[in-house]
Design a protein around this ligand. Structure first.
Ligand code: ATP
Ligand code: MG
Length: 194
């Protein structure tokens, strides 16, 4: 499961758990992106912090693991590189790349799409009623899966922290504590004063 995870939240975890169960996956590998080129317009938190929050959030689930392949590779993250690295590490595995349907629509419009489909199947998690409009996608390699609990986003979690509002129960407890300990998404002076 690829994502920025800035921070990881219960929407990601529910989606991963749901897909693991429905597709009978042995393992869900969370792969925090390196410097995400899609989000070049905003400052993304340090990769090590995003990685560690992902480790904290997934530690209690025996089927969840976290990979450093994208954060240890220099330059922007491209899904084709992620899949090649995971393929090298797990030569026998049948790979499924899980991400949000919004991100999936972008990924599948890339020129490498043919090779992407050879490396993995793709699962786009959606809120109820979402329709992926791309035509010509191979139906045997691309799946859309509705998941519960979609009304959480990392953007909202960051905004809440910045505004001094709680993120308890939106993200795992350990992630709340990590954010506090490392002063991520810190309250700006001007906001803190009122
Ligand atoms: P941001 O608000 O910064 O874009 P995000 O909440 O979308 O963050 P990402 O790290 O970008 O989180 O998420 C990785 C993938 O998980 C994305 O493709 C996204 O669509 C999907 N996703 C995000 N939130 C949810 C959710 N609540 N339920 C299911 N999937 C989600
Ligand atoms: Mg997003």
């Amino acid at each position: 499961m690829g994502g920025t995870f800035d921070p990881i939240h219960h929407g990601h975890l529910v989606a991963a758990s749901e897909v693991q169960s429905l597709f009978e996956l042995d393992e869900v590998v969370f792969v925090p992106t390196g410097q995400p080129w899609q989000k070049a317009d905003r400052q993304v938190s340090n990769a090590e912090d995003r990685y560690l929050m992902t480790v904290v959030a997934t530690a209690s689930n025996p089927r969840f693991t976290v990979s450093r392949v994208d954060i240890d590779r220099d330059g922007p993250t491209y899904t084709i590189d992620t899949l090649r690295d995971l393929r090298t590490q797990h030569p026998e595995a049948e790979l499924f790349f899980i991400t949000g349907a919004d991100a999936l629509a972008q990924i599948l419009s890339w020129k490498d799409a043919e090779e992407l489909f050879e490396l993995a199947q793709f699962i786009g998690v959606t809120r109820p009623g979402y329709v992926l409009t791309e035509d010509g996608l191979p139906a045997d390699r691309v799946h859309l899966q509705e998941v519960p609990a979609m009304a959480i986003s990392s953007t909202d979690c960051r905004d809440r922290v910045g505004d001094g509002e709680p993120v308890w129960y939106l993200v795992p407890d350990g992630v709340v504590q990590y954010i506090n300990k490392h002063q991520l998404y810190a309250v700006e002076e001007s906001r803190a004063s009122h």
